[in-house]
Design a protein around this ligand. Structure first.
Ligand code: ZN
Length: 327
């Protein structure tokens, strides 16, 4: 993918193009923003622009030269994309990077290291990596990718050029989804993150979420999440469920009864709230969930979090509806 094909990240792309046009290229970047909004695609596009054999206007890759094709297909010897193994980046992974950058570029002008979920570096890895960022070998560019800058050690952050990414607008997301009966709901569920449409089976995951809500009935059950990414995805669904619940409550408030069609439920679930639940209580939990989601990567204990959320959901949803829910 070239810069011109990346949607709605104009500010980030302008910054990156600026570094190429002025030829003032920082050795280390951090790309910051929600998952699934184009950070890795942009990092690949930047690696292509740095090494393209026939760049357009000095800043964008041609997409068709041998270098561009190799980078796009993950076969370029000078571009390395690293992701956590088993949810962690260890000092051994950092040693691999050190070895990789210790040699001059083989084919391109720059060696480029793209580290996905950089916050998954453990302390030893982050300490070791700090040295590479402080004294990078010539013609080496490092791009760290993370969701929340506060989950990375400050000394590392302070040495990197920061580029912020934002979720895409609804109009842009519409272009990614073919016309189908679920289109409007899918647009709302992805909340500006088009990568979710590729990496997730969203309709199946709705069933997964509904099944986990049934587990809530058995309070002692262990957490249903495999990793932090799954917690975030589950919280996203829970927030949409709360939003749907809020709509149901507001539709019974006299001045709001003529609520427009945009306010239909998004998730096809039939859990019922307890009778005395107020809009304020739902909004309070919604805000709490947003705060928890932001801090997931700061090593929250999954089991404690699950038990806490189970008790919170229990206080909202009528037990009879949890029992009766058909999946
Ligand atoms: Zn090219």
């Amino acid at each position: 993918m070239s810069f011109r094909r990346i949607e709605s990240q104009d500010k980030a792309i302008k910054l990156l193009k600026g570094t190429l046009i002025t030829k003032k290229i920082p050795n280390a970047f951090i790309f910051i923003g929600d998952p699934y909004i184009g950070k890795t695609s942009t990092a690949i596009a930047y690696a292509k622009s740095l090494n393209c054999l026939n760049p357009e206007n000095d800043y964008d890759s041609c997409g068709i030269c041998l270098s561009c094709i190799k980078i796009e297909s993950g076969l370029h010897p000078d571009v390395k994309v690293l992701a956590p193994e088993k949810d962690i980046i260890t000092v051994n992974n950092i040693r691999e990077i050190e070895e990789f950058v210790s040699f001059q570029p083989l084919e391109g002008k720059y060696k480029v290291v793209i580290m996905k979920q950089a916050n998954k570096m453990n302390q030893a890895a982050a300490n070791a990596f700090l040295k590479t960022v402080e004294e990078p070998p010539l013609n080496t560019i490092i791009i760290l990718i993370c969701e929340n800058i506060h989950t990375l050690p400050e000394p590392l952050v302070s040495r990197c050029f920061k580029v912020y990414f934002k979720p895409l607008s609804i109009d842009t997301i519409k272009k990614f989804i073919p016309d189908n009966p679920d289109k409007e709901n899918l647009i709302r569920i992805v909340m500006g993150r088009p990568g979710l449409l590729i990496s997730k089976d969203i309709l199946k995951d709705i069933q997964w979420f509904a099944a986990t809500l049934k587990n809530v009935e058995e309070k002692n059950k262990k957490s249903v999440w495999k990793d932090n990414e799954e917690i975030k995805w589950w919280i996203d669904f829970l927030c949409i469920f709360l939003r749907d619940s809020l709509v149901k409550i507001l539709k019974n408030v006299e001045p709001l009864k003529q609520i427009d069609s945009d306010c239909c439920p998004i998730l096809p679930l039939d859990f019922k709230l307890k009778k005395n639940i107020t809009a304020e209580e739902i909004l309070e939990l919604y805000e709490e969930l947003q705060s928890i989601r932001k801090n997931i990567d700061l090593n929250l204990n999954k089991s404690i979090l699950w038990n806490y959320l189970v008790s919170r959901i229990h206080s909202l949803i009528a037990s009879s509806s949890l029992n009766k829910q058909k999946l």
